[in-house]
Design a protein around this ligand. Structure first.
Ligand SMILES: Nc1ncnc2c1ncn2[C@@H]1O[C@H](COP(=O)(O)OP(=O)(O)O)[C@@H](O)[C@H]1O
Ligand SMILES: [Mg+2]
Length: 264
Protein backbone atom coordinates (compact mmCIF):
# COMPACT_ATOMS: atom_id res chain seq x y z
CA UNK A 1 0.00 0.00 0.00
CA UNK A 2 1.27 3.43 -0.76
CA UNK A 3 1.05 6.10 1.89
CA UNK A 4 0.28 9.62 0.88
CA UNK A 5 0.48 12.85 2.78
CA UNK A 6 -2.87 13.65 4.38
CA UNK A 7 -2.99 17.30 5.16
CA UNK A 8 -5.51 20.05 5.23
CA UNK A 9 -3.74 23.36 5.40
CA UNK A 10 -5.21 26.78 5.84
CA UNK A 11 -2.69 29.06 4.22
CA UNK A 12 -2.66 32.66 5.34
CA UNK A 13 -4.53 35.05 3.08
CA UNK A 14 -1.69 36.42 1.01
CA UNK A 15 -1.43 38.43 -2.20
CA UNK A 16 1.24 36.11 -3.54
CA UNK A 17 -0.94 32.98 -3.30
CA UNK A 18 -1.71 31.87 -6.84
CA UNK A 19 -4.76 29.81 -5.99
CA UNK A 20 -7.83 30.14 -3.78
CA UNK A 21 -7.97 26.38 -3.32
CA UNK A 22 -5.65 23.60 -4.37
CA UNK A 23 -6.67 19.96 -4.18
CA UNK A 24 -3.87 17.51 -4.91
CA UNK A 25 -4.66 13.83 -5.47
CA UNK A 26 -7.52 13.90 -2.98
CA UNK A 27 -9.21 10.60 -2.13
CA UNK A 28 -11.87 9.94 0.46
CA UNK A 29 -13.23 6.65 1.77
CA UNK A 30 -15.94 5.98 4.32
CA UNK A 31 -16.39 2.85 6.37
CA UNK A 32 -19.48 1.06 5.03
CA UNK A 33 -21.22 -2.24 5.70
CA UNK A 34 -19.15 -3.97 3.00
CA UNK A 35 -15.86 -2.41 4.09
CA UNK A 36 -14.29 0.85 2.97
CA UNK A 37 -16.28 2.68 0.32
CA UNK A 38 -14.16 4.85 -1.97
CA UNK A 39 -16.19 8.03 -2.63
CA UNK A 40 -13.56 10.33 -4.15
CA UNK A 41 -10.61 9.02 -6.13
CA UNK A 42 -7.54 11.06 -6.99
CA UNK A 43 -9.22 14.44 -7.47
CA UNK A 44 -6.92 17.36 -8.28
CA UNK A 45 -8.38 20.84 -8.78
CA UNK A 46 -6.93 24.34 -8.63
CA UNK A 47 -9.27 27.27 -8.19
CA UNK A 48 -7.54 30.51 -9.20
CA UNK A 49 -8.10 33.72 -7.20
CA UNK A 50 -11.34 35.28 -8.40
CA UNK A 51 -12.29 32.25 -10.46
CA UNK A 52 -15.84 30.82 -10.58
CA UNK A 53 -15.75 27.04 -10.89
CA UNK A 54 -18.76 24.73 -10.88
CA UNK A 55 -18.43 21.12 -9.90
CA UNK A 56 -21.09 19.10 -11.66
CA UNK A 57 -22.12 15.52 -11.06
CA UNK A 58 -24.97 13.10 -10.49
CA UNK A 59 -26.56 12.83 -7.11
CA UNK A 60 -24.40 10.75 -4.74
CA UNK A 61 -21.16 11.18 -6.70
CA UNK A 62 -19.34 12.88 -3.84
CA UNK A 63 -19.85 16.60 -4.47
CA UNK A 64 -20.83 17.47 -0.90
CA UNK A 65 -18.09 15.24 0.44
CA UNK A 66 -15.57 17.15 -1.65
CA UNK A 67 -16.89 20.56 -0.59
CA UNK A 68 -16.83 19.54 3.08
CA UNK A 69 -13.18 18.54 2.68
CA UNK A 70 -12.35 21.93 1.17
CA UNK A 71 -14.26 23.60 4.03
CA UNK A 72 -12.11 21.64 6.48
CA UNK A 73 -15.14 19.94 8.05
CA UNK A 74 -13.56 16.56 7.36
CA UNK A 75 -10.12 15.37 6.30
CA UNK A 76 -9.14 13.53 3.10
CA UNK A 77 -8.10 9.87 3.28
CA UNK A 78 -5.22 10.70 0.95
CA UNK A 79 -3.92 13.76 -0.80
CA UNK A 80 -3.81 17.36 0.34
CA UNK A 81 -6.02 20.43 0.30
CA UNK A 82 -4.77 23.97 0.69
CA UNK A 83 -6.95 27.07 0.76
CA UNK A 84 -6.12 30.76 0.84
CA UNK A 85 -7.58 31.42 4.28
CA UNK A 86 -10.69 29.86 5.74
CA UNK A 87 -13.48 29.38 3.16
CA UNK A 88 -17.10 30.42 3.69
CA UNK A 89 -19.74 27.76 3.14
CA UNK A 90 -23.34 28.01 1.95
CA UNK A 91 -25.73 25.05 1.76
CA UNK A 92 -28.99 24.15 0.01
CA UNK A 93 -30.76 24.64 3.33
CA UNK A 94 -30.25 28.16 4.57
CA UNK A 95 -29.26 26.97 8.09
CA UNK A 96 -30.34 30.30 9.60
CA UNK A 97 -31.34 30.39 13.25
CA UNK A 98 -35.13 30.77 13.23
CA UNK A 99 -35.24 32.56 16.59
CA UNK A 100 -32.97 35.34 15.31
CA UNK A 101 -33.82 38.08 12.83
CA UNK A 102 -32.12 38.25 9.43
CA UNK A 103 -29.83 40.96 10.77
CA UNK A 104 -28.94 39.08 13.95
CA UNK A 105 -28.15 35.93 11.96
CA UNK A 106 -25.57 37.92 10.03
CA UNK A 107 -24.26 39.65 13.15
CA UNK A 108 -23.64 36.26 14.75
CA UNK A 109 -21.25 35.38 11.90
CA UNK A 110 -19.57 38.77 12.32
CA UNK A 111 -19.20 38.15 16.05
CA UNK A 112 -17.57 34.77 15.37
CA UNK A 113 -15.15 36.53 13.04
CA UNK A 114 -14.24 38.92 15.86
CA UNK A 115 -15.92 42.07 14.53
CA UNK A 116 -16.38 44.44 17.51
CA UNK A 117 -19.97 44.84 18.66
CA UNK A 118 -20.45 48.51 17.71
CA UNK A 119 -19.51 47.76 14.08
CA UNK A 120 -21.72 44.71 13.62
CA UNK A 121 -25.06 46.37 12.94
CA UNK A 122 -23.68 48.67 10.24
CA UNK A 123 -21.86 45.82 8.54
CA UNK A 124 -24.95 43.59 8.66
CA UNK A 125 -26.99 46.37 7.01
CA UNK A 126 -24.30 46.74 4.33
CA UNK A 127 -24.33 43.01 3.64
CA UNK A 128 -28.13 42.99 3.40
CA UNK A 129 -27.88 45.82 0.90
CA UNK A 130 -25.29 43.87 -1.12
CA UNK A 131 -27.78 40.99 -1.50
CA UNK A 132 -30.59 43.50 -2.19
CA UNK A 133 -32.46 42.91 1.05
CA UNK A 134 -32.29 46.45 2.38
CA UNK A 135 -34.88 46.80 5.11
CA UNK A 136 -34.99 43.10 6.04
CA UNK A 137 -32.77 43.56 9.10
CA UNK A 138 -35.57 43.07 11.64
CA UNK A 139 -37.41 40.31 9.76
CA UNK A 140 -37.62 36.84 11.26
CA UNK A 141 -36.74 33.80 9.17
CA UNK A 142 -40.38 32.63 8.89
CA UNK A 143 -41.35 35.99 7.41
CA UNK A 144 -38.92 35.55 4.52
CA UNK A 145 -39.51 33.65 1.25
CA UNK A 146 -37.17 30.81 0.25
CA UNK A 147 -35.26 33.12 -2.07
CA UNK A 148 -34.91 35.80 0.62
CA UNK A 149 -33.64 33.23 3.10
CA UNK A 150 -30.92 32.18 0.68
CA UNK A 151 -30.01 35.84 0.22
CA UNK A 152 -29.58 36.19 3.99
CA UNK A 153 -27.52 32.98 4.03
CA UNK A 154 -25.39 34.45 1.24
CA UNK A 155 -24.98 37.72 3.15
CA UNK A 156 -23.92 35.77 6.21
CA UNK A 157 -21.38 33.77 4.18
CA UNK A 158 -20.02 36.98 2.61
CA UNK A 159 -19.76 38.44 6.13
CA UNK A 160 -16.96 36.00 6.80
CA UNK A 161 -14.80 37.98 4.36
CA UNK A 162 -13.28 34.82 2.95
CA UNK A 163 -11.40 34.70 -0.32
CA UNK A 164 -13.28 31.56 -1.25
CA UNK A 165 -17.03 30.91 -1.19
CA UNK A 166 -18.12 27.26 -1.26
CA UNK A 167 -21.72 26.77 -2.38
CA UNK A 168 -23.45 23.39 -2.14
CA UNK A 169 -26.52 23.40 -4.41
CA UNK A 170 -27.66 26.66 -2.78
CA UNK A 171 -30.55 27.27 -5.18
CA UNK A 172 -31.72 23.67 -5.71
CA UNK A 173 -34.82 24.02 -3.54
CA UNK A 174 -36.00 27.26 -5.17
CA UNK A 175 -38.52 27.68 -7.99
CA UNK A 176 -37.09 28.39 -11.45
CA UNK A 177 -37.88 32.13 -11.49
CA UNK A 178 -36.35 32.78 -8.07
CA UNK A 179 -33.34 30.69 -9.03
CA UNK A 180 -32.93 32.74 -12.18
CA UNK A 181 -32.91 35.98 -10.18
CA UNK A 182 -30.38 34.57 -7.73
CA UNK A 183 -28.13 33.48 -10.61
CA UNK A 184 -28.04 37.13 -11.67
CA UNK A 185 -27.30 38.18 -8.09
CA UNK A 186 -24.47 35.74 -7.47
CA UNK A 187 -22.90 36.70 -10.82
CA UNK A 188 -23.15 40.40 -9.88
CA UNK A 189 -21.73 39.84 -6.38
CA UNK A 190 -18.91 37.66 -7.72
CA UNK A 191 -18.04 40.42 -10.23
CA UNK A 192 -18.25 43.18 -7.60
CA UNK A 193 -16.30 41.43 -4.84
CA UNK A 194 -13.74 39.41 -6.83
CA UNK A 195 -14.34 36.45 -4.51
CA UNK A 196 -13.46 32.94 -5.76
CA UNK A 197 -16.39 30.55 -5.92
CA UNK A 198 -16.51 26.76 -5.95
CA UNK A 199 -20.15 25.96 -6.69
CA UNK A 200 -21.57 22.44 -6.57
CA UNK A 201 -24.64 21.47 -8.58
CA UNK A 202 -26.29 18.57 -10.39
CA UNK A 203 -28.00 21.07 -12.73
CA UNK A 204 -26.08 21.30 -16.00
CA UNK A 205 -27.61 24.56 -17.21
CA UNK A 206 -26.98 26.20 -13.87
CA UNK A 207 -23.34 25.07 -14.04
CA UNK A 208 -22.93 26.62 -17.50
CA UNK A 209 -24.95 29.75 -16.64
CA UNK A 210 -22.61 30.62 -13.76
CA UNK A 211 -19.12 29.29 -14.27
CA UNK A 212 -15.92 30.16 -16.04
CA UNK A 213 -15.03 26.50 -15.78
CA UNK A 214 -17.24 23.40 -15.36
CA UNK A 215 -15.70 20.27 -13.87
CA UNK A 216 -17.65 17.04 -14.36
CA UNK A 217 -17.30 14.38 -11.68
CA UNK A 218 -17.96 10.73 -12.46
CA UNK A 219 -19.80 8.51 -9.98
CA UNK A 220 -18.64 5.64 -7.76
CA UNK A 221 -16.02 6.69 -7.18
CA UNK A 222 -16.04 10.40 -7.94
CA UNK A 223 -13.25 11.20 -10.35
CA UNK A 224 -12.75 14.14 -12.66
CA UNK A 225 -14.33 12.95 -15.91
CA UNK A 226 -13.90 16.10 -18.00
CA UNK A 227 -13.77 19.85 -17.76
CA UNK A 228 -14.92 22.71 -19.94
CA UNK A 229 -13.93 26.36 -20.09
CA UNK A 230 -17.04 28.47 -20.57
CA UNK A 231 -16.21 31.31 -22.92
CA UNK A 232 -19.62 32.97 -22.94
CA UNK A 233 -19.70 36.60 -21.76
CA UNK A 234 -21.49 37.46 -18.50
CA UNK A 235 -24.18 38.28 -17.69
CA UNK A 236 -25.63 35.20 -19.36
CA UNK A 237 -29.17 33.98 -19.39
CA UNK A 238 -29.92 30.34 -18.74
CA UNK A 239 -31.94 30.22 -22.00
CA UNK A 240 -29.20 31.80 -24.16
CA UNK A 241 -28.39 29.62 -27.17
CA UNK A 242 -24.66 29.18 -26.37
CA UNK A 243 -25.53 28.23 -22.76
CA UNK A 244 -28.11 25.69 -23.95
CA UNK A 245 -25.72 24.31 -26.56
CA UNK A 246 -22.86 23.71 -24.15
CA UNK A 247 -25.32 22.33 -21.57
CA UNK A 248 -26.50 19.82 -24.17
CA UNK A 249 -22.94 18.65 -24.83
CA UNK A 250 -22.22 18.31 -21.11
CA UNK A 251 -25.52 16.50 -20.49
CA UNK A 252 -24.55 13.89 -23.08
CA UNK A 253 -21.30 13.31 -21.23
CA UNK A 254 -23.09 13.18 -17.87
CA UNK A 255 -25.61 10.64 -19.25
CA UNK A 256 -22.68 8.51 -20.40
CA UNK A 257 -21.21 8.68 -16.89
CA UNK A 258 -24.51 7.68 -15.32
CA UNK A 259 -24.97 4.77 -17.79
CA UNK A 260 -21.45 3.51 -17.13
CA UNK A 261 -22.10 3.41 -13.39
CA UNK A 262 -25.71 2.22 -13.43
CA UNK A 263 -26.97 5.20 -11.46
CA UNK A 264 -29.89 7.47 -12.01
N1 LIG B 1 -20.17 10.61 6.61
C1 LIG B 1 -20.39 9.66 5.73
N2 LIG B 1 -20.29 8.35 6.06
C2 LIG B 1 -20.48 7.37 5.17
N3 LIG B 1 -20.79 7.59 3.87
C3 LIG B 1 -20.90 8.87 3.46
C4 LIG B 1 -20.71 9.97 4.36
N4 LIG B 1 -20.88 11.12 3.66
C5 LIG B 1 -21.18 10.76 2.41
N5 LIG B 1 -21.19 9.42 2.27
C6 LIG B 1 -21.43 8.66 1.03
O1 LIG B 1 -20.65 9.24 0.02
C7 LIG B 1 -21.33 9.23 -1.23
C8 LIG B 1 -21.36 10.62 -1.80
O2 LIG B 1 -22.20 11.45 -1.03
P1 LIG B 1 -22.32 13.01 -1.27
O3 LIG B 1 -20.97 13.62 -1.20
O4 LIG B 1 -23.32 13.52 -0.33
O5 LIG B 1 -22.86 13.09 -2.77
P2 LIG B 1 -23.49 14.31 -3.59
O6 LIG B 1 -23.33 15.54 -2.77
O7 LIG B 1 -22.74 14.33 -4.88
O8 LIG B 1 -24.93 13.96 -3.82
C9 LIG B 1 -22.71 8.65 -0.96
O9 LIG B 1 -22.69 7.30 -1.32
C10 LIG B 1 -22.86 8.80 0.54
O10 LIG B 1 -23.68 7.80 1.06
MG1 LIG C 1 -24.74 16.89 -2.04
Amino acid sequence: MTTMATTTTLAKADESVEYAARLEHVSKSFAGPGGQQLVLDDVSIDVAPGEFVTLLGASGCGKSTLLNLVAGLDGPTAGSITTDGRPALMFQEHALFPWLTAGKNIELALKLRGVPKPERRGKAEELLELVRLKGAYGKRVHELSGGMRQRVALARALGQESNLLLMDEPFAALDAITRDVLHDEITRIWTETGISVLFVTHNVREAVRLAQRVILLSSRPGRIAREWTVDIPQPRRIEDAPVAELAREITEELRGEIRRHGQH
